[in-house]
Design a protein around this ligand. Structure first.
Ligand SMILES: Cc1cc2nc3c(=O)[nH]c(=O)nc-3n(C[C@H](O)[C@H](O)[C@H](O)COP(=O)(O)O)c2cc1C
Length: 161
């Protein structure tokens, strides 16, 4: 698979097969994802492996697509607003690396943003030191959805003087 194929074929998957994923394989992908661009090498990401009890309490209605593994990706807030923003950018690069690496290995992901809600942060035991980028169902997909069309990039390019 070329990088272009990985980027264009990755999907936010709705439903997962019951087959488990190999956590060592996931860990290796997370390690590779740490090669993301990183301002001042703060490595602001953290990964929370969501256990069954927490998962039930989160009460995600599609239950993360019945994924065999659920991970929350956190980003350290840092000392001030700029650091927090830069850390979020860095952590998002890390997350995207992971999503693409997963796709390369035939593993699908489903993004849920419920981790931003205070009640869900509490359920997950996330302190005020962290932002929650997302909570992700991870596993083998029942099917890969069709691509959602994107706007032609010409409509997004502007030129400054
Ligand atoms: C910040 C962010 C939050 C998202 N939250 C959700 C979510 O709560 N539920 C969901 O189904 N998808 C969520 N998504 C995934 C998007 O819906 C998905 O990426 C988009 O529909 C494009 O589909 P694709 O990823 O398959 O190309 C989120 C994506 C981002 C970047």
């Amino acid at each position: 698979m070329t990088l272009t194929e990985i980027i264009t074929q990755r999907r936010n998957v709705k439903e997962f097969k019951a087959d488990p994923v190999d956590f060592e394989q996931i860990k290796a992908m997370l390690q590779t994802a740490t090669m993301a661009p990183n301002h001042k090498m703060t490595e602001p990401w953290e990964i929370l492996v969501i256990g069954e009890e927490t998962r039930q309490k989160l009460n995600h209605k599609p239950n993360f697509g019945n994924a065999p593994l659920v991970l929350a990706f956190l980003s350290l807030r840092g000392q001030n607003a700029i650091e927090r923003e830069e850390n979020l950018m860095t952590s998002s690069c890390f997350v995207q690396n992971f999503l693409l690496l997963a796709h390369e290995q035939g593993i699908a992901t489903r993004w849920a943003s419920l981790g931003m809600q205070p009640a869900n942060r509490e359920i997950m035991g996330v302190s005020d030191d962290y932002d929650v980028i997302g909570v992700f169902g991870i596993g083998y997909p029942v099917e890969w959805p069709e691509a959602k069309p994107r706007t032609a990039i010409e409509e997004k390019i502007r030129f400054s003087s």
